[in-house]
Design a protein. Sequence first.
Length: 613
Amino acid sequence: MISVEHVTKRYGDVVAVDDLSFEIGEGHIYGFLGPNGAGKSTTMNIMTGCLSATEGKVTIDGYDIFQQPNEAKKRIGYLPEQPPLYLNETPREYLRFVGQAKGLKGAELKGQIDDVIAQTRLGNVSHRCIGTLSKGYRQRVGIAQALLGRPRVIILDEPTVGLDPLQIIEIRELIHTLGRDHTVLLSSHILSEVQAMCEQILIIAKGKLVAFDRPEQLERRLLSPNEIHLVAEGEMQRVRAILDRVGHITQCQLQADAPCRTSVQLKTDRDDLYEVSRALFFAFGEEGTPPVGDPSEKGESGGYLPPADRRGPDRTCVARKGGGGSVIAVFRHELRSYFHSLTAYVFGAFLLALVGLGAMLYNIQAAVSNFEYVLAFSSLVFVVIVPILTMRTIAEERKQKTDQLLYSLPLSTVQVVVGKYLALLLLFALPMAVIAVYPLLFSRFGQVYLPTSYGSILAFFLLGAALIAVGVFISSLTDNQGLAAGIGVAVILFNYYSVSLSEYVSSSAIGTTIAFLIGIVLLAAVIRFLTGSRFLALGIGALLAVITLLICYRNYDAFQGLLPSLMSTLSLFDRFNGFVNGVFDGTTIVYYLTVAGGALFLTVQSLEKRRYH
């Protein structure tokens, strides 16, 4: 059912998961045991597609989680250690979004939501805001979303952490129920926890698999009433040094069992050997010399791989259509989230108020018939409203850890970004629809040149669309909404005044060359950030720097006055002024669309970088 083959995950020089391999058959409840920092969560994030592996392969029901992510994820329900919940929604609203993202529709969606609410006993709180629920109920909501789509595998990361004793008992009962119809893999750092719930136990330390067997087998091998037997990888001197660090050992006999293997027989002064055995497992695992079993059990698997289900993948199960439906699910959810808060109302009110003020000053008091002047006056509003609208788009997902939900669903990063962006465009289009009525109203009381007015309205909308895309990209760079808003204000303000600032920058060829080289350094930094490759960033930066210097050397005069000219040409706001002056410029429309597309592309790359690098 699940195959993990030689998976390694490195963060720079730190190895979080080290050549990990195991197989899990269909059915049963499996426990993933290890101390904090052992690599359990990292392994689970790799298994569910939330993280990439530096090396190795993971298949779910025959589907590669990296090569066929949508098909693999349709067979997985995942609950991270921190439940990825939208606290301002009700459980039913939240489950509707998850179900739609998994491809459920209509009666099937409603039926499955009702089923998982009943299964997790959420009926009494299904219409309450998740933010008001207790931790136990929030955990149930997280499990409920994992059950939608009827996945064959349920993966739960520390499902009982932070719960009170009664809540732990309730979650244990729920997990036992899930084990009847699903393959369940749950992680914990508490031995008694996995023993109480699991039929098979995997033990991991420092990213290495220490043991994998049934609880009674592990207990028989390692928890004998009188003594502990094990075989450790390593020479006797190294094994003895490790044992010296483990307390409560009263007697120890070592014997070379094979080259680089040592047979160990221990006695302890403790009646309850659970903690001593656990300490032994982790002590050996942390040194990269995991115990491999009881020497009397040489004919068995050594506690690593139980018999796996070798049947081929069931390709008729749980497969549903994806694609556009997933984009629509993200779009609807994002749109609803903005109306759950005041953001949508503040954005629309601010835009309409400023345009209304401009209309009063120009069209009513000054009796000017040019509505496009109102839009030119109002364009500065983007400095405020775009950061307000976009600062939470992705930054909030990362801060609340709900990005793990999006990554574990059968959604591509492109679908997530496009769905969110379309929701923001609709929020912008709603007040723009009201603004579009103004020229018609004014035309009843005087002469208004409608083609110029509506050309300017189109350009104003595309200008806003481009700036919103830039704001979404900025939001993807941080999990701090305030920082995202601050950077957004600075970037838009600089673009707004770039033409005025161009009068103060150097127009000499040397000044232009220096500015280009600084831009190349910044571009290399962005490439390094997005790809994680220092050599690629240095290579591209060096190549562009050489090309710039060669062009400057061979055509020095071409660089004279180039920097101020570029600042004016690249200004989004200066191009809008052409429409205000009655010039319908198709290149400006293409430029706006290019900026929007480029910013969204960079957003996707930013998210992929954080996910995979």
